[in-house]
Design a protein around this ligand. Sequence first.
Ligand code: E4P
Length: 217
Amino acid sequence: MQFFVDTALLSEIEEAAAMGILDGVTTNPSLMAKAGVQDFDAHYRAIAQITSGPVSAEVISTTYADMIQEARRLHAIAPNIVVKIPFIPDGVKALKTLKEDGIPTNCTLIFSPLQALIAAKAGATYVSPFLGRLDDIGHEGIEIIRQIRRIFDNYGFETQILAASLRHPYHVLLCALEGADVATMPFAVLKQLFHHPLTDKGLAQFLADYQKLHVRA
Ligand code: E4P
């Protein structure tokens, strides 16, 4: 499973890249606003220089023609820019055209397996089902990953399942168990994956025992 970091903060992306396990980055307009970004294109360029992995940059247009124009502009910023397209009828149409153009896409705001099926039929490179937001309204978010995995495997779709809106390590574990291709997560969650109290305790004990031996010698 690939790990993407879901942030627009360059400092977090740099730190995640330095950890050696970062495969890509996802952003959305809310994350860009949270990071105080004014010049979106320059910011995407900066992110795409930190990682050579896929960087999702979301369109803010909502009509087919405008989305196509915006997608071409975004992808021209760097070859690893993946254009994030919302799951709306014009967006689905845009996915098909962008596939024909050879521009990679990430269909976002997926909340049902049938939306994912439609996006895959239209040729999306990735679909982004939002687990956490489904949990928020009383659904079992992970079920959507399970169902999309089954549908994609049934028909041999190459579209990758990019599990999004992950809020904690347990979401990441469930996604790995259900066969999501990618998990995108806040940087804080990525860091949490590294920690286990028994690892810290065990290491402290090993080092203490080594020290005892060498102090005696
Ligand atoms: C990623 O592509 C999504 O935009 C993101 O994971 C949404 O997460 P949220 O539901 O925590 O805002």
